[in-house]
Design a protein. Structure first.
Length: 393
């Protein structure tokens, strides 16, 4: 979106109202005790919002639709938390969580101006121009957000149709890594683009400059904005790579097999390890090394790639147990720790098979192999599915 300066101020005001309503609802929910009875639901909180709008002029000046949808979003977040699918709702912070949602007839006030430009009538703001990345869908709601780099985005709530299977009965295995973002069982090595060396040096300089800035000063805000611009550039490149890669895999293969990895647990901060030589202190290098590994995992989009694959190819993505897939030979099935000479080289100590280590693991994933902790040799499985013949009556 490309709002004018007065429109940007009005949009930020709507974001502040939605954030305030969310935080008030979260405060009510957090203060719940068993002796007070159930916490207010969406209907009760909507009634309280009406009373608050009548009492406070600054809240009444905002869009009631955006404020009510903040309550609906919070109710859905609580429901997802109790269902065990999402984490606990957290506080929304200024500069980090900027956005609101519009639903109902107001969401249909969109006009296309040209092949690439359109405009939307935002309540309490007016007509705002935005650039089209896709055709305008038939959606009943849209969400306006602002990222840390100061860019405004408009997203329509619609579910695109899944990509049809090619019907070739081909199976592909995807091995995710840090050095190689995704290795396919076909031998392809895919790398997620990130910041260039020059951009990384620029980022380090900005981070050093930020460390010398006074907190809350104008200089620190300018440096933070420059850092956010670089990080947004890397995030955009990662999302673009994930979208193109997931679309290509969904169009080329009938079945896509990936490792069943828990990315949230893998990138969790490790517990401090006590230093045996200095009682009461901890080893400093363990967290530093784990932080570097976490940055590498997140920079390669492990979780986002599988998520988009499941969206574009529903029912065709299979999760395989990753146990010992990188130590098992894809030719003879021999499993040993010494098979993997290095990060990139795999050489079987039994049959002498030599290949790229990531590609060898991807072949095992495509075959659906998983070795138990007792290092049993798995049976050989064909990469292609056998045609299923109808049973004779």
């Amino acid at each position: 979106m490309y709002p004018t300066p007065p429109q940007r101020a009005a949009l930020l005001e709507q974001c502040r109202h939605a954030r305030c309503v969310w935080n008030l609802a979260l405060e009510q929910w957090s203060m719940w005790t068993r002796d007070r009875g159930p916490t207010p639901g969406y209907v009760e909180q909507a009634r309280q919002l009406t009373e608050a709008r009548a009492a406070f002029g600054w809240l009444r000046a905002g869009s009631q639709t955006g404020q009510q949808q903040a309550l609906r979003d919070f109710a859905q977040a609580v429901k997802n938390f109790y269902a065990g699918t999402h984490r606990r709702p957290t506080w929304r912070k200024a500069g980090l969580h900027e956005g609101f949602r519009i639903v109902g007839p107001q969401a249909g006030r969109v006009e296309q101006l040209s092949r690439k430009w359109a405009r939307v009538l935002v309540p309490k703001v007016g007509w705002v121009r935005f650039r089209l990345s896709n055709a305008i869908p038939e959606a009943k709601s849209y969400r306006i957000t602002r990222d840390r780099a100061g860019r405004w985005h408009l997203a329509f709530a619609t579910i695109p149709p899944p990509i049809p299977a090619p019907g070739t009965d081909e199976v592909v295995g995807v091995d995710r890594g840090v050095t190689v973002s995704a290795a396919l069982s076909t031998g392809e090595l895919l790398t997620c683009p990130g910041l260039s060396e020059r951009e990384q040096e620029r980022l380090r300089q900005l981070q050093r400059r930020l460390a010398r800035c006074r907190p809350g000063s104008n200089r620190s805000r300018r440096v933070k904005a420059a850092i956010a611009t670089l990080l947004a550039r890397a995030r955009d490149r990662r999302k673009d790579w994930v979208e193109k890669t997931s679309t290509d895999l969904a169009r080329r293969f009938d079945v896509i097999r990936v490792e069943d990895l828990r990315v949230a647990q893998l990138t969790r901060r490790p517990k401090p390890k006590p230093d045996p030589e200095r009682p009461g202190r901890y080893l400093p290098n363990r967290r530093r090394a784990k932080a570097g590994l976490n940055r590498g995992i997140l920079a390669n989009g492990w979780g986002l790639l599988v998520q988009r694959l499941e969206h574009k190819a529903p029912g065709r993505v299979e999760r395989i147990n990753p146990a010992y897939t990188s130590q098992t030979c894809s030719v003879c099935g021999h499993c040993a720790r010494g098979n993997r000479e290095s990060q990139a080289v795999f050489r079987c100590t039994a049959c002498g098979h030599r290949a790229n280590a990531d590609v060898n693991a991807a072949v095992n994933i495509a075959a659906g192999r998983a070795v138990s902790a007792r290092r049993e040799t798995p049976p050989r499985v064909s990469l292609k599915r056998e045609p299923q013949h109808a049973a004779s009556g």
